[in-house]
Design a protein around this ligand. Sequence first.
Ligand code: AMP
Length: 577
Amino acid sequence: MSEVEAPDADSFAALGLGAALTKTLSQLGYEEPTPIQKAAIVPLIAGRDILAQAATGTGKTAAFALPILERLAGTFRGKRTVALVLVPTRELAMQVAESVHRYGKSSGVQVLPIYGGQSMEPQLRALQRGVHVVVATPGRALDHLRRKTLDLQHVQMVVLDEADEMLDMGFAEDLEAILAGVPADRQTALFSATMPPRIASIAEANLKDPVRVAIAKVTMSGEVPLVRQVAYVTPRSQKLTVLERVLDMEAPTSALVFCRMRTDVDELTERLTAHGHRAEAIHGGLSQQQRDRVMKKFKEGSVELLIATDVAARGLDIKDLSHVINVDLPAAPEAYIHRIGRTGRAGKSGVAISLVEPREIRLVKVLQRLTKQRIEEGKVPTIADLRVRRLDLLRERVGEMLSEEDSLDRYRVLLDAFAETHTAQDIAAAALKLADTALNGGTAREPAAPARGPAPAAAKREPQSPREREPEAERALPAERGDHALRTAARGKPAREDVAATMAKLYLAVGRGIGVSAAEIVATIGQAVDRKAIGNIAIHDRHTVVEVPEEAVETILRALKKMQIKGESVRARRFRD
Ligand code: AMP
């Protein structure tokens, strides 16, 4: 018998997921299961009912979607509906359906979100064609059941997702009616962020001897690090823009920037580098040698942003960072504390910044309770704030320079030449402008040789690659946020997403297949529009979807007609999803 390597106890394979799913997850950039996944997947695959307490952001969707895909894979050749997921809102229906589709892309699974507010016609046509997994809001599911357009007779698994929200929205009776129409021998999983008595009674009536999964209450061991914690509430599509503004404002000298997925780490690093930041990626996909090289650069200070997943950062001996930045919140509160504990140096408090999607506000509240420290709601810096900050930094640097008078001697000779035609103030203002542009990359060249270069502090911060900053007014966020979502957003309901409202998507018929990178896309589209205004870029095998400001769509499409990427002309059009 050949020896089979035992899967890593923390891996998806160890939870009983097959090769196809584990491969997909690895391609998606998931490095290890989250705590709720570790607790729920095994019993679900074994066919048990579960009652799980988990909020959005913990990875709960995959916790039920993966077992559905694993357990029911054999039925995906037929046309019957074998799994039903009930969710409170249309947004969640779409998100869950998309996740099931993404995880199950190699299985042939057909998934359909059905929700109120959309005309019945397309839903009816899809249901007639045959759908294996239906993700529905209770009201619309019941409509279809009454019209006999949804057949639940063959359903083997039912998931109630965000059950407390469904009850809050008055769906209790609808739920009962739907569950009464599903075969009694089905498997049922109930996920809820809170466990009020009403949830317990639904569970009592509808679950059979459920495994209870509560992510153990985290207790703080030792002291909570002294860290200023700030959360910026932002839709996912605006994360990069907000991140760049915050980076400009905070000017971190050494920051660890966390993403959840390996693929996001790569994409963010590419985008930040394309925008002139000194960033390097570190994740499980790198060889030891590559990691060592990155760490050396970071420790020397020639890289100021290290973009990482939790798994990759775990093995790294880095502390005393000026900033920890959570582009994505971690799925487990322990990981949050571990992350923010890396900042703060000798007696000084560090800064932990989190970009939080409106739907994750609850998770922030959990973290606040846990750390017993306030998490401030940050206001995304405005253009005016950045301008003031930039002048502050300039003042600081010039001050440092003035304290090293000797090194200025060689420039004094120039003063005499200018003094005949200009005042000292004018000369100084011109020199300041020059310094400002260079420090911010506008005309930055390779860093000057140390002997002739600027003072070390300034040299260290000078970008390596041209940071082609456009005048700041041109890279405004589509809309400035003035709201305070953390304080005011209703529980779990999406907060205003108007920041994203003026972005449009473009479809480009070039993709990973010909080796296109995000940097190339930015470089190409950046010829027609301010690079900083370019939003998310999703590169697929044969196409790429790029977010750009709505008002720039026509200009970009016209410009793309004359451009090439990798020697190929680019077919492009507006993308509607
Ligand atoms: P959810 O709590 O289901 O809304 O998931 C929150 C986010 O975590 C989603 O963007 C998922 O894609 C992501 N996610 C779920 N599981 C993992 C994992 N094991 N590793 C990394 N990211 C994950």
